[in-house]
Write a protein that binds this ligand. Structure first.
Ligand code: SF4
Length: 589
C-alpha cells in the first residue's frame, strides 16, 4: 500500500498474545489516520461505559499516512482511549520519532487490550514482537526505563514509550514519555499503561514507507516546505519556540497568574523567551522537521528540553514561581516521574490558593519554591497525605475541601494557559472540547475582537474541524498555515489517488461528531459544556481585560450558537440529518 503499512499489531496482555490484522481499508477515506483512525478502531472495540482502568478498556496507538515520509512536521502519532482523568473520549499525540519507527517496523498502529499479571514491556523488532518481563523496571523513572528498554533491544537509537512511578500508581494525570522529553501528556495516558501493567514499548524498524510517485511527491513536499512552511507566520517555532507566548499572552492580558486570578504577570521577564534563550544549550527536532522547536536549557545544574510555554505559565506564573531554575526542576521531575506538567502545575496552584485563603493548609504558598518542588515527588509516589490529595487533580481536590469555586477545569481537565475572560474564544473552545479544557482543538487568541461571541463561535467550529483532520494526518500544530488544500495535494501525491480538500473537511467534522456521540453515550450532557465558576463570576485582575468575566448568560448564548452552527439540538445532540450527512447514522456505540 502507498503511505500505509497495511497492518495493525494487536496485543492482548491478558492472553499474553501478539497478533496482526490487516488495516481496515474501508475506514481509510473516512478517518485517514492517527486521531480519526484510532477513534474508529477504539469506538468499534469498546463500550462508552467502560471503566478506563479496567482490562476491558483498550488503548489504540496510531500513526498517520504521511508519518515516516519526508513531508515535514507530519510524523505525530496519536493515542485514543477513554480518559481515567475525565471519563471522556481522549486523544493525545506525541512528536519525536516513535511513529516513523513503528511504520518502518511494518505497522500502522497498535491495539492494546487486557492486563498483564505482572509488569511487562513490549518489544517490537520488525516482525519479531514479544511481551517481555519488566519486573526489574518497576518503580523506575521514565529516563531510566527508556535506557533499560533500549539496552534490552540491543540497538542504540531504538525508539521508546515508557511510564514512570506516577503511572504505576495509577495517578489519573500521569503520562507516557518518549525519547526523554516528549509525551502523550494529558488525560492520564500513563495510568492507562499502568492499569495494564505495561511499563513501556521499545521499537526498531528497518523498512520504509512507499509513495506512489517519488518524483512528484518530493516536488510537492519541496514546494510546500519552501513556499508555505518556511514563512514568517511559522518561523517563530524555529527562532523562539513556544516560550514566545509568554510575552504574547501578557500583552493580550490572557496570561494566567496566581491560579487564574490575574491576566498579567509583572515578573514575566524571568520566564520569557529571552530568559530561555539565555539558558539555551541547543535545539532538538522531531523526525523530518526543519524547525527544531525543542530547546534544551540549563540553569546551574538543572537541565531539560523545555520548558514549553504551558509549563512556564502553569508551573511558573500561575504558581507565582518566577525562578527559571525552579521551573526547569519542576519540569524535569514531572518528565521523569511521569506527570503531566499542565495538570500538576494547575493542581499545585489551586492548593496554593486554598492554603492562602485558609480553606486547607497544604503548606504550599504562591512563590514558595521548596514545597512546590517537594510536592511533585509526593504526588507521583503517593507518599504523603497532601501528595495523595493533589494526585486526584483539581476537580476532586477542590470537591474534597469544598473549594469548587477555585478549581480551574472543564469536564475534569485543568485549563491550559490562556485566560478565557480575556478571550471568550478560548472559553468557548474549552467548554466545547471533547476532552475537557484544551487549547489544541481551537486557538482563537489572535481574533480581531476577543469578545465578539458570534464571530468566535464560528472560528471555534472551523478550527475544531480543521484540527480534527490535521491531527489525523499527523501534522504538528506549529505548521500553522497548513490547510486542507495543501494536505489534500500532499496526500494525492503520496497515495497516487485524487484526494480533495472537501473530503478532508468532511472527515474533520465526522471525527469531531463521533467524539461527541461517544461522550453523550458515556453520560456527558450539555451541562458539561461549561466553564469554571471563577471565570463566570469573579472579575479578572490585572492586565488589559481587568474587571472582565465571561458571564453565565454570555456563555449560554455562545453554547447555543455553537450547537446551532453544528446542527446539534439545544441539548447538544447531533441531528439525524447531520449524522446521515457524515455517514454516522448507522454507527452504534
Ligand atoms: S515544530 Fe517542533 S514539535 Fe513540531 S514537528 Fe517540529 S520539532 Fe516537533
Amino acid at each position: 500500500m502507498n503511505l500505509y503499512m497495511g497492518k495493525m499489531l494487536v496485543v492482548d496482555l491478558s492472553a499474553e498474545s501478539v497478533t496482526t490484522e490487516p488495516l481496515r481499508a474501508e475506514w481509510l477515506r473516512e478517518y485517514w489516520g492517527a486521531w480519526g483512525l484510532a477513534l474508529a478502531y477504539y469506538t468499534d472495540a469498546v463500550s462508552p461505559e467502560v471503566d478506563p482502568l479496567a482490562p476491558e478498556n483498550a488503548v489504540v496507538i496510531m500513526t498517520a499516512p504521511l508519518c515516516g515520509t519526508l513531508v515535514p512536521l507530519a510524523s505525530r502519532m496519536c493515542l485514543v482511549s477513554k480518559s481515567p482523568h475525565t471519563g471522556t473520549i481522549f486523544e493525545s499525540n506525541v512528536g519525536g520519532s516513535f511513529g516513523p519507527e513503528l511504520k518502518y517496523a511494518g505497522y500502522d498502529g497498535i491495539i492494546i487490550k487486557g492486563r498483564a499479571s505482572s509488569p511487562v514491556f513490549l518489544k517490537i523488532d520488525d516482525d519479531r514482537v514479544s511481551i517481555e518481563c519488566a519486573e526489574h523496571m518497576a518503580g523506575q523513572g521514565i529516563f531510566e526505563t527508556e535506557k533499560l528498554m533500549e539496552a534490552a533491544m540491543g540497538a542504540h537509537g531504538a525508539k521508546t514509550l515508557a511510564i514512570g512511578p506516577a503511572a504505576e500508581n495509577l495517578i489519573t494525570y500521569s503520562m507516557i514519555g518518549s525519547e526523554s522529553y516528549r509525551q502523550f501528556g494529558r488525560g492520564g495516558t500513563g495510568a492507562l499503561f499502568g492499569s495494564k501493567n505495561l511499563k513501556g514499548i521499545v521499537c526498531r524498524g528497518t523498512g520504509g514507507v512507499r509513495v506512489a510517485d517519488m518524483a512528484r511527491f518530493l516536488e510537492r513536499t519541496d514546494h510546500y516546505t519552501k513556499n508555505d512552511l518556511l514563512c514568517d507566520d511559522n518561523l517563530w517555532a524555529k527562532t523562539d519556540g513556544t516560550p514566545i507566548l509568554v510575552e504574547v499572552t501578557n500583552e493580550m492580558g490572557i496570561h494566567p497568574t496566581r491560579n487564574y486570578t490575574k491576566g498579567f504577570n509583572g515578573r514575566k521577564d524571568r520566564l520569557n523567551s529571552d530568559a530561555i534563550q539565555a539558558a539555551k544549550l541547543g535545539n532538538r527536532a522531531c523526525a523530518s522537521c526543519p524547525m527544531a522547536c525543542g530547546k534544551f536549557t540549563r540553569v546551574n545544574s538543572a537541565e531539560i528540553e523545555g520548558p514549553e510555554y504551558e509549563t512556564l505559565c502553569l508551573g511558573g506564573s500561575n504558581c507565582e514561581v518566577h525562578d527559571l531554575e525552579a521551573v526547569i526542576r519542576f519540569n524535569r521531575l514531572c518528565d521523569d516521574l511521569g506527570l503531566d506538567t499542565m495538570t500538576c502545575g494547575s493542581t499545585i496552584s489551586l492548593a496554593m490558593e486554598m492554603t492562602e485563603n485558609g480553606v486547607h493548609d497544604f503548606k504550599l504558598r504562591f512563590g514558595q519554591v521548596d514545597e512546590y518542588l517537594k510536592v511533585v515527588y509526593e504526588i507521583a509516589t503517593l507518599s504523603t497525605e497532601r501528595g495523595r490529595d493533589l494526585a486526584k487533580g483539581a476537580k476532586h481536590l477542590a470537591a474534597k475541601y469544598g473549594a469548587e469555586d477555585l478549581s480551574m477545569e472543564v469536564k475534569g481537565l485543568e485549563m491550559p494557559a490562556y485566560e478565557p475572560r480575556g478571550n471568550f474564544g478560548m472559553g468557548i473552545a474549552y467548554a466545547t472540547s471533547e476532552r475537557g479544557a484544551c487549547h489544541l482543538r481551537a486557538f482563537p487568541i489572535f481574533a480581531t475582537d476577543p469578545h465578539d461571541i458570534d464571530a468566535l463561535v464560528s472560528d471555534v467550529v472551523d478550527a475544531q474541524n480543521a484540527n480534527s483532520i490535521k491531527w489525523s494526518l499527523g501534522f504538528c500544530d506549529f505548521w500553522g498555515t497548513i490547510n486542507t488544500t495543501i494536505e489534500a495535494d500532499l496526500m494525492s501525491a503520496g497515495l497516487g489517488e485524487a484526494v480533495s480538500a472537501e473530503e478532508l473537511d468532511q472527515a474533520g467534522e465526522r471525527i469531531w461528531t463521533l467524539s461527541r456521540l461517544f461522550n453523550l453515550a458515556a453520560g456527558f450532557t450539555a451541562a458539561d459544556d461549561t466553564l469554571p465558576k471563577k471565570i463566570m463570576e469573579r472579575p479578572l485582575e490585572a492586565g488589559r481585560h481587568e474587571g472582565r468575566v465571561f458571564s453565565r448568560p454570555d456563555l449560554a448564548r455562545a453554547i447555543q450558537s455553537y450547537y446551532q452552527l453544528r446542527d446539534w439540538s439545544a441539548k447538544g445532540i447531533p441531528s439525524s440529518r447531520k449524522l446521515a450527512a457524515l455517514g454516522l447514522d448507522k454507527k452504534t456505540l
